[in-house]
Design a protein around this ligand. Structure first.
Ligand code: UTP
Length: 288
């Protein structure tokens, strides 16, 4: 199964990050010195996917502006000895191809993915939520691609979730296939602790077959009037087997203030030029 395109829905309202998201798209909020969206595009490139379809909306033109080529700025950075910042910008310009698709009404994640049907066409594709930042030895998308290729079907990423947090996730009813890979028997969106079919919650990385678009066209709006991607995948399961992969890596939900800080601190701690000083400062703060 060849996967050439990654869809990144970025048209949402970002209510949990108001007021800043009123004027700055949440997907452009920085984790250290790059927007969260930049990390997700890097993850796609690391997994060998170079065609990036970004879903935007009214008031979020800065998303497309961010990826405009700026070789003159790269040159200035290089002259100033800022080689890694220059390389990060150059990689976006030379390795990725961007397509921007407009979602005119924020009708939910399922609807955002549905708006990309013409841009994606009749081929399997990846979906990456830009506020799920995953620090992993192998890019999570690469892990999912390997499973999709092995089983020739759609794959959702799952992680083990503690019981007190399970009601915030879409949760799968799994049948064990091999180490960390499951056949999905059912999916329940935000179940109560007692009703959760497992402790495996879906996170924002998917490989989907194109039949999901027809399934999404049949989804009915849920509680908040939104079309859910999980409902579309549940309909897809009526005609195809859908798999889940428990990925290796640590995931941060950067779509809320605490998660944004945690993701930023975790990434900064891994940077040789920032990590030691930040660690020392954090230690001194803990002792206050
Ligand atoms: P979220 O569930 O985090 O929604 O969407 P949100 O609107 O961004 O943020 P909150 O919940 O109001 O704080 C996950 C991803 O899907 C996109 C968002 O931009 C985000 O990157 N999305 C969501 C869309 O593209 N369209 C939608 O209608 C909803």
């Amino acid at each position: 199964m060849d996967v050439l395109k990654a869809v990144i829905p970025a048209a949402g309202l970002g209510m949990r990050l108001l007021p800043v998201s009123k004027a700055v798209p949440k997907e452009l909020l920085p984790l250290v010195d790059k927007p969260m969206l930049h990390y997700v595009v890097e993850e796609a490139l690391d997994a060998g996917i170079t065609q990036i379809v970004i879903v935007t909306s009214h008031g979020k033109d800065a998303l497309a502006d961010y990826f405009d080529p700026a070789p003159h700025l790269e040159k200035i950075l290089e002259e100033r000895g800022e080689a890694s910042a220059a390389a990060a910008m150059r990689r976006m310009r030379t390795e990725a191809e961007f397509i921007f698709v407009r979602q005119h009404e924020q009708l939910g994640l399922g609807h955002a993915v549905y708006t990309t049907r013409h841009a994606v066409g009749d081929e399997p594709f990846a979906v990456m939520l830009p506020d799920d930042i995953i620090d992993a030895p192998t890019p999570v998308l690469g892990q999912l691609l390997a499973t999709a290729q092995q089983y020739n079907g759609s794959v959702v990423a799952v992680e083990e979730v503690p019981p007190e947090r399970i009601s915030g996730y879409g949760v799968i009813d799994p049948e064990d296939i091999s180490d960390g890979v499951y056949k999905v028997l059912d999916m329940v969106e935000k179940p109560s602790q007692q009703d959760a079919p497992s402790n495996l919650g879906i996170v924002g990385r998917y490989i989907l077959t194109p039949e999901v678009f027809e399934a999404l066209s049949r989804v009915k709006p849920g509680a908040k009037g939104e079309l859910q991607l999980t409902d579309g995948i549940a309909l897809l399961m009526e005609i195809q087997t859908v798999y889940a992969r428990r990925f290796e890596g640590v995931r941060h939900d950067a779509g809320n203030p605490l998660g944004l800080i945690k993701a930023s601190v975790s990434l900064a701690l891994k940077r040789p030029e920032l990590g030691p000083a930040l660690k020392e400062w954090l230690r001194s703060k803990m002792e206050e």
